[in-house]
Design a protein around this ligand. Structure first.
Ligand SMILES: Nc1ncnc2c1ncn2[C@@H]1O[C@H](COP(=O)(O)OP(=O)(O)OP(=O)(O)O)[C@@H](O)[C@H]1O
Ligand SMILES: [Mg+2]
Length: 505
């Protein structure tokens, strides 16, 4: 076989309970290249990778790595061959320290005892090399998702790997952190290491990848040099329908009446929120922009009663309120689809329908007894609306692809028919086609008078959907954009420089 390739997968086929999810897929990666694997939610990307890394066994086909046929039967075996996966789901142990997580099962020993001093030193060095300065002795859970992701990467490149697999490794990172990760990728690449990169964010694909392989419904569409594809071409090959509409979706300036749903003034809480103002009108889509740590999620948590404010006031429909518990906020008609859907999200071993109806007790339960028929009809409706790919609503949620699980959680909150919904990174892990459907749904809800607070790290998503964008920085307002002032550049400028003179709230 040609030596130019580190990986060659041929004719890979895979079924789950008689449903074929991969059909004779050919997939190859050159040494030292960044190769993107693209496709809609449920196209088969993660399954292909799980076959490569020994998590699943293939039903047919061959895998050649570094010129030799391989049959890894576990992740460990794949790792020993030089294949290092970083999964969509972070698979670290939050209670252990950062250093322990990096060195798990590879502890450095001195005279039979674990050499902690050396472990801490090494861990610190590895992270510093990646541009991350944190206390490696602290438990991993004391850091945010982004840092945890970096630790996973540090762990994987510590091993002598020839190929690093990043299955949506950037989905929980903000712009700055993505750049840190990209620098790491470039460093790995210059050492001749290949990177298999999966992301639903198109700008990332065009920035970092050398070639792109596209899957659709478990079959290979084709392999292309990245420079040969335009955005529209890529999307149309992925989704096989109105790509123009998806790629060139434009926001429209709407007239929103000056009728306030929510007015939050000088909200302070701990060190994270240092006096934030936020107004949301009825039927308005307000975007919250800022880097991680700017206070976006923290503000959402205060509005929803998860955390409490130290000072400031919140008025809803002209009445001052203060929720002590999320339950009270839900009763008030507020929904919060949190960013941390892995933790607060799916309930494993329950069906799609059950996962979807869980917050919707008002509609589907009678004295705590769930009305299955009602739940089913809501589930069917949303499976259709969000095009959730599942054999049926009775499928166990953990058998859905990552993006489709995300859609179920989103549907859980949307189906509540709230007056106000906070969406924290609602399209994380969701493919471009489905993003458009979710965006349409956001628009539709807002035109029915529902107020929406949209938190997103993707400026493009904010620009496409918001009537107004509030930019936060270091727990304070950095500026507001509305109407024709809304653009990615202006958001970026406000995040970098701040400008209290813009807008004013
Ligand atoms: N363990 C399983 N049992 C049954 N079906 C499964 C299982 N794992 C995956 N599937 C199905 O295989 C198909 C491909 O899933 P996969 O996770 O590979 O998609 P993906 O391309 O990674 O999507 P996403 O972008 O949403 O992560 C989906 O329809 C999924 O429901
Ligand atoms: Mg996946």
């Amino acid at each position: 076989m040609d030596n130019e390739y580190i990986l060659e997968m041929k004719g890979i086929t895979k079924q789950f309970s008689n449903v074929e999810v991969l059909h004779q897929v050919d997939f190859k990666i050159k040494k030292g290249e960044v190769h993107a694997l693209m496709g809609e939610n449920g196209a088969g990307k993660s399954t292909l990778i799980k076959i490569l890394t020994g998590v699943y066994t293939k039903d047919a086909g061959q895998v050649f790595f570094n010129g030799e046929e391989i049959h890894p039967s576990s992740t460990l075996e794949a790792q020993q061959l030089g294949i290092s996966p970083i999964y969509q789901e972070i698979s670290l142990i939050p209670q252990l320290s950062v250093a322990e997580n990096i060195f798990i099962s590879r502890e450095i020993k001195k005279k039979g005892f674990i050499d902690w001093k050396e472990i801490y030193k090494k861990a610190e060095e590895i992270l510093k090399d990646l541009g991350i300065n944190i206390d490696v002795r602290k438990p991993l859970r004391s850091y945010g998702t982004a840092i945890q992701q970096m630790v996973a990467i540090a762990r994987s490149i510590m091993i002598n790997s020839k190929m690093v697999i990043m299955d949506e490794a950037t989905s929980s990172l903000d712009d700055d952190e993505v750049q840190i990760l990209f620098n790491i990728i470039r460093k790995l690449k210059s050492q001749g290491i290949s990177i298999l990169f999966i992301s639903h964010r198109l700008p990332e694909i065009f920035e970092i990848s050398d070639s792109i392989t596209i899957l659709k419904d478990g079959s290979l569409v084709g392999e292309y040099p990245t420079s040969s594809l335009s955005r529209t071409e890529l999307v149309s090959k992925m989704i096989g329908r109105n790509a123009e509409d998806v790629v060139n979706y434009k926001r429209t300036n709407r007239q929103i009446k000056d009728e306030y749903y929510l007015r939050a003034k000088s909200i302070k809480s701990g060190v994270k929120l240092r006096g934030i103002n936020l107004d949301i009108r009825k039927g308005e889509v307000v975007g919250l922009a800022g880097l991680l740590g700017a206070g976006r999620t923290e503000l959402a948590r205060v509005l929803f009663g998860i955390d409490h404010k130290d000072s400031g006031s919140i008025e809803i429909n002209g009445k001052e309120i203060s929720f002590k518990l999320p339950r009270e906020a839900i009763k008030y008609g507020i929904a919060f689809c949190s960013e941390d859907r892995k933790v607060e999200g799916i309930i494993p071993n329950m069906t799609v329908a059950e996962n979807l109806c869980i917050t919707n007790m008002k509609k589907v339960s009678y004295f705590g007894v769930i009305n299955k028929r009602k739940c089913s009809s809501i589930a069917e409706e949303f499976v259709k609306k969000l095009r959730i790919k599942t054999p049926s609503i009775a499928q166990n949620i953990k058998n859905l692809s990552g993006g489709n699980q995300q859609k179920v959680i989103l549907a859980r909150w949307l189906s509540m028919e709230p007056d106000f919904i906070i969406l924290d990174e609602p399209t994380r892990g969701i493919d471009v086609g489905a993003k458009k459907e979710i965006e349409d749904l956001i628009r539709q809800m807002s035109s029915q008078g529902i107020s929406i607070l949209l938190i997103s790290s993707e400026f493009e998503e904010l620009v496409r959907n918001c009537d107004r964008i509030v930019v936060l920085r270091d727990g304070m307002n950095a500026g507001i954009l509305d109407g024709n002032d809304i653009s990615e550049d202006k958001i970026m400028n406000l995040i970098a420089n701040g400008n209290m003179a813009v807008g004013g709230n």
